[in-house]
Design a binder for this molecule. Structure first.
Ligand code: BGC
Length: 734
């Protein structure tokens, strides 16, 4: 079958999986070849716990668990073992994808469900639709993200799910990637901080997170086959460090391998990624499951490369039975994967709670979860422009004083759309969505007339309404039609530009009104250069979840000062970024993309990575570092005093960018290596501290096959965004 044919077949299977109640191969089906599973005298090998397995197991008695696993591996029949290595059916059974357990031995199995913005709509169970991960990335607030992870875990656990198929943590190499909204960032450090917090939040509720898609997965239209060629340094420094943090810092329960190939090998066959790096170097103690249906390409080869579970059914792994019978694989090799699967179940205590027929609606759509969705949306909205409306006032266009306006016009394609994000595997079915129009109307109050203009051209009545308005808000951008998961939803974007009709509408309104606010919705960068000069204010509102309209109103009316910062760069033109190739079977990912690429090429962005305005101004003073010289395994504490010089309480995100001076390898002009937030009243000052580890300054030495922290001088800039010079301090590594 050609690539398109395979993709079509896959899409059909996914629809079946989501909608029908039919099963796949039943657990324990004899399959193609017989293996004697009668009485046995098999004795499994014992396992000595390591620091990594101990850390993975958390507070539970890991030594006792490993000993119990050894007993179980001796008692399980071969049929039972085989059934535990793959999902039970292509379809969701009950409300999750099931990896069978073995009830006679008290093994609970695994119950998996998406995903990155809440309990999956595949279940048809209404749930809280949180803002998409990219908007949560824009909060730059790991503590808030930890709360989101915990809330999502409570919702999925309420229907018996114990593995949440999130976070998506693939680097946004290019904003045309259809699943951009599912991930957090174009930057590995920022991504790592957010993903670690999310995983810790999820796992604090006894649910395993799944770090996906490992690795280098950031194109939709060719996702099942594309071969990403990448040199080891780029892989190690740009595409893997956040996955490492998920394993080493957050002890993530599981990892999902990606569909694509990396350097010629499909990820499930890629022993370099799965075994050498993930399991050996990082000492990952949990299990790896494949991505769905077309994500497993071998049986014995995949197991040997490091894949532990084929999802969602045994399309390939059913051949393991014959392989065992012929001696092509040994049962002890399977035990290695089974130990990981059992460790996950026992270390997370999945045998201590009921999964089947569980339903606790009191844990879903709670007032706290709805309020959290609103808080995150408010915190993630990014203000990108706020110019003075024309005379007689020189005040900035925002915030809007509800008491001082009597007419507001709302226009744009998303003004009254329940625009909460992708229709693919990350989709959620909320019981309410507050649109921008609804949120603004409610906040403006009875004394303000809010007129909604539909369509993309201004007729005479529309023009009159615009001219009579005190302020015009245009809510536009992208929808599920423009971007989303491959085959089952929107796929990759065709361009970074906003639709021509929407640009024309903005320009037409901008030409006749001097207080025009544009709100862009979408997963990642949308070009603004075509219309930005025509309007007074510009905000990026992503896909803001179930209470997005209320959050937008809070920011527009100044109930809260905006605090979101871009987790990606917005270029002035698409040609300013590396090319996005979602057609070729082989693509090359080189070292530079995003802000690093723009800095390297000396091309100014329209809006920089990290950028975002608010209704006050901050000044930075007295930068200092705790030591002039640190050892290669040491750390340094940077401090800077931040003062709120303006009229309103607001939050500032201080970003720490490092420049390696005189490095012997080409480096980015700057790398984000830390960030911290502070919320200050007008006139208030506070010292902000950011700790940087020397090991995070290392580069991957191809010849040595290891990271090296260079003994050179480093400049640290404490700055507002990726292009702000900020205030600087220097230190050396010895
Ligand atoms: C997606 C995964 C998702 C899985 C199950 C796949 O198509 O790539 O992210 O977890 O389906 O829905």
């Amino acid at each position: 079958m050609d690539v398109r044919g395979r993709a079509r077949a896959w899409a059909g299977l996914v629809v079946v999986a989501a909608l029908c109640g039919c099963g796949g191969t039943p657990p324990g089906d004899p399959g193609d070849a017989g293996v004697d599973s009668g009485p046995r005298t098999y004795v499994a090998e014992p396992f000595e716990p390591t620091d990594a397995t101990r850390a993975y197991c958390g507070a539970r008695d890991d030594a006792a668990i490993e000993a119990r696993i050894t007993e179980l591996l001796s008692e399980l029949t071969v049929d039972e073992k085989l059934s535990m290595l793959s999902g039970a059916a292509i379809a969701i059974i009950g409300r999750s994808w099931l990896v069978p357990g073995v009830p006679r031995l008290g093994i609970p199995g695994l119950h998996m469900l998406d995903g990155p913005r809440g309990l999956s709509s595949f279940t048809r169970v209404p749930a809280t639709a949180f803002p998409v991960a990219m908007m949560r990335g824009a909060t730059w607030d790991p503590e808030l993200e930890r709360r989101v992870g915990a809330a999502m875990a409570r919702e999925v656990r309420s229907i018996g799910v114990d593995v949440l198929l999130a976070p998506t943590m693939n680097v946004l190499r290019h904003p045309r990637w259809g699943r951009a909204q599912e991930t957090y960032s174009e930057d590995t450090h920022h991504m790592g901080a957010m993903a670690v917090a999310f995983i810790e939040g999820v796992q604090s509720e006894g649910v395993l997170a799944s770090a996906k898609h490992y690795a280098v997965n950031s194109i939709e239209d060719t996702r099942h086959d594309v071969d990403v060629r990448i040199d080891e340094r780029t892989l190690r420094e740009i595409y893997l460090p956040h996955f490492r943090r998920a394993v080493v810092e957050a002890h993530v329960g599981s990892v999902m391998s990606a569909y694509n190939r990396v350097n010629g090998l499909y990820c499930d066959l890629n022993a370099h990624l799965l075994t050498e790096i993930l399991k050996d170097e990082w000492q990952f103690a949990g299990f790896v499951e494949s991505d769905w249906i077309l994500g497993t390409h071998g049986d014995v080869e995949s197991i040997r490369a490091g894949l532990d579970i084929e999802m969602p059914s045994d399309l390939r792994f059913r051949r393991l039975r014959a392989a065992l019978a012929s001696g092509a694989i040994d049962e002890r090799e399977l035990d290695r994967s089974l130990r990981r699967i059992l460790r996950a179940q026992l270390c997370f205590g999945l045998d201590e709670w009921e999964h089947d027929d569980v339903d606790d609606p009191s844990q879903r759509l709670t007032p706290e979860h709805r309020a959290l969705a609103r808080e995150v949306a408010r915190r993630g909205i990014v203000l990108l422009r706020n110019e003075a409306a024309a005379p007689p006032t020189d005040a900035a266009a925002l915030p809007i004083d509800a008491a001082a306006v009597s007419r507001i016009v709302l226009a744009g394609r998303n003004a009254d759309v329940e625009n909460i994000g992708d229709a693919g595997s990350s989709s959620v079915l909320p019981d309410e969505v507050v649109t921008a129009l609804e949120g603004i109307r409610a906040r403006a109050g009875a004394g303000v007339e809010v007129t909604h203009l539909t369509g993309t051209s201004l007729d005479a009545a529309g023009e009159a309404a615009v001219r009579a308005a005190d302020v015009v808000v245009i809510v536009t951008g992208l929808t599920t039609e423009d971007e989303g998961e491959g085959e089952i939803a929107g796929g990759d974007r065709e361009s970074l530009a906003l639709g021509a009709a929407e640009v024309a509408l903005i320009r037409a309104i901008g030409a006749i009104h001097d207080r025009v606010v544009v709100v862009l919705e979408g997963g990642a960068a949308i070009l603004t250069s075509d219309f930005e000069d025509e309007v007074e204010a510009l905000l990026f509102a992503f896909y803001p979840g179930t209470r997005g309209g209320e959050a937008l109103a809070e920011v527009l009316f100044g109930d809260a000062a905006p605090s979101g910062r871009l987790p990606f760069s917005i270029p002035r033109a698409e040609s300013d970024l590396p090319a996005f190739d979602n057609v070729s079977p082989v693509v090359t990912y080189d070292y530079f993309h995003g802000y690093r690429h723009l800095l390297n090429e000396a091309v100014a962005p329209a809006h920089a990575f990290g950028a975002g305005l608010t209704y006050t101004t901050f000044s930075y003073a007295s930068p200092a570092v705790s030591a002039g010289t640190i050892p290669a395994d040491g750390a340094i504490v940077a401090t800077v005093t931040i003062t709120n010089d303006g009229p309103m309480r607001a939050r500032e995100t201080v970003q720490a960018y490092v420049t390696a001076i005189g490095s012997r390898v080409p480096r980015s002009r700057r790398d984000l290596r830390g960030f911290a937030q502070v919320e200050l009243d007008p006139g208030e000052s506070r010292e902000v501290e950011i700790t940087l580890r020397a090991e995070d300054l290392a580069f991957w030495d191809e010849a040595a096959g290891a990271f090296e922290v260079e003994a050179i001088e480093y400049e640290l800039a404490l700055a507002h965004d990726a292009i702000d010079p900020g205030v600087t301090a220097r230190f050396r590594v010895e």
